[in-house]
Structures are given as structure tokens and as C-alpha cells.
Design a protein around this ligand. Sequence first.
Ligand SMILES: *[C@@H]1O[C@H](CO)[C@@H](O)[C@H](O)[C@H]1NC(C)=O
Ligand SMILES: *[C@@H]1O[C@H](CO)[C@@H](O)[C@H](O)[C@H]1NC(C)=O
Length: 202
Amino acid sequence: MGKGGKGSCEKRKQRQKAACVACTVVLVIVLIILIVLYVAVFRPRDPRVQVPTMQLLSLYPIGYPLPISTANLTLNLQVSIYNPNKGTFIVQDGGIACLYYNGAQVGFTPVPTGFIPAESFSTISIPLTVQGSAPLQGLYLQADIVDGILQVSTTVTIVGKVTTLNLFTHHADVVSKCNINVSFNSRGIQSYTCQHSFSIDP
Ligand SMILES: *[C@@H]1O[C@H](CO)[C@@H](O)[C@H](O)[C@H]1NC(C)=O
Ligand SMILES: *[C@@H]1O[C@H](CO)[C@@H](O)[C@H](O)[C@H]1NC(C)=O
């Protein structure tokens, strides 16, 4: 009788052991499913940025092709951002748009803060002009005047973060660089090309 009691006790232990193993296996499977789901659905993705259009708001002086020695212009960049994530992308303080001429920064403006809902587009309008004490001038401008084309470039840096599942926060920097040719003759944007780069925390 004592033997039988001992045997059933061991059996119970074995059953407990089996249940424990089964429990662990189920837990591991659930964990793997959660990880796969997170990677597949909630993994943070790079926001996509484009400059689908831009406007030349003003170009000075008016008098081309009369002899001119200085120039000033105001551009309005339309920066379109797509947030592919399952969470809102927040455009934070610290983003900046810059205007360059001949490699030197001649103007800047902060990027307005805001947010882009999950899986949607938002367009930010960013005006840029020549700031400081003097408009564009010098030898480089003389060459541009001869060509009839004012070559400027811009960068837009967007600083933001996205939170998925209300749990995971990722910081992202998006940079868009454009080279822009402005025609003195037609007083308009002749052509432009843009490149984009991203960096998002894994
Ligand atoms: C260039 O033009 C803009 C817009 O008209 C003006 O606000 C700015 O002061 C000008 N810049 C210079 C250096 O004159
Ligand atoms: C601007 O014009 C210059 C000279 O005509 C050319 O080399 C350059 O590729 C043009 N850039 C763009 C963005 O069209």
C-alpha cells in the first residue's frame, strides 16, 4: 500500500513536469508569435519625404538682363511626408530648413512642429529667403547672371519620433536636399532635383 502511494506520488510529479514543459512550450510559441507580429506590423519604418512641388515667390532684381550685381529670391518648398507606421509620427522642435548659395548658408527657417497620423501623408509649406545684411553678390553670382540661371540648394531636416503600440518610441531624422535652378529670363524655377536620406532608431 505504501509502495502504491509512492508510485502515485511519482506519477503526479511526472504529470506536473509534463504540464510544466507544455506550459513553457506554449509560452515560447506565444512569445515568438508576438515578436513576429511586432516585426511584421509594428516595426518602425522610415518616414518617406518628397518635395513634389515648390514655388518661386519672388526674385530680385526685376531688371534682368539689365546690368545687375545682386540678387535675392524667396522659395516656398512643399515638403510632403508619408508616415508608414502604425503610430503617429510627431514632428518635433529642432527641425530646420536652410537655403544655400555657392555652398554657403544664406537663409534658414525652423520647420513647424506637428504630427502625421498613422499611415498618412502630410504636407508642410516652408518658405526660404536670403537673410542677413546683403543679398547674393560676387563673382559666383556674375557667372550665374551670364548663364541666366541662379543655382541654389536647400536642405530640410525633420526631427521626429514615432511611438508604436504606445510602447516603443523611435527617433527619426529625415533629410531632404534639393538643387534648384532658377531662370532669370522666365523668372521661374527651371528645374530641380532632390535627394532624401533617413535615419531611424531600430
Ligand atoms: C530678400 O527678400 C525678402 C522678401 O522680399 C526680404 O524679406 C529679405 O530681407 C531680402 N533679403 C535681403 C538680404 O535683402
Ligand atoms: C542647373 O544648371 C546647371 C548648368 O546649366 C546644370 O549643370 C545642372 O545640372 C542644373 N541642375 C538642375 C538641378 O537642373
